[in-house]
Design a protein around this ligand. Sequence first.
Ligand SMILES: [Fe+2]
Length: 194
Amino acid sequence: MTNMHSRKQCLEYLNKIDMPRHIRRHSMLVAKVALFLGELLNRNGSNLDLGLIQTGALLHDVGKEPTLATGQDHAEVGAEMLAGMVSPSVARIVREHILLDSTQIVGPITESILVNYSDKRVMHEQVVSVQARYHDLIARYAKTPLHRERLLEKLKLYLALEEKIFSPLAIEPQGPEIMGLKLNNSEGAGPEHD
Ligand SMILES: [Fe+2]
């Protein structure tokens, strides 16, 4: 399969690689959040490619399961898995979805940054605040005080990004419009159609 771009093609690919249902559902909810924000931003002056956002979000964690046992970087491996099957901009979204530095916050809001942020709003299969997602990460993974500090620094960056994303919008980051986004029980069970 070359140049996957439709929702159907992405979901078929997730099925083909046997992505576990919970990761598939996580990805589908990230796509829902990212598209919701992308549409709102576009109505408020942005010019984001919603198709790119959807594809990047649905595919962002393809490297997750294959790297669970190896400890490799799942974002890097995911981008490699997709090489030749997606456009370079989709591969970049996958590769970058765990990276954020302060220079990106002063730059424009891109499709990649929006998928990255939306991923931090979805814990397992539920929309949560960035704070809740990070406090869960810290509780589960921070092995040392230094690691905890680093994660808290990252949280600060995501909160600065959040402020920027929401500043042109009439909704709050934890308003009901976004906190209420969810999947139906049947979504992510298998291949679906557009
Ligand atoms: Fe991920």
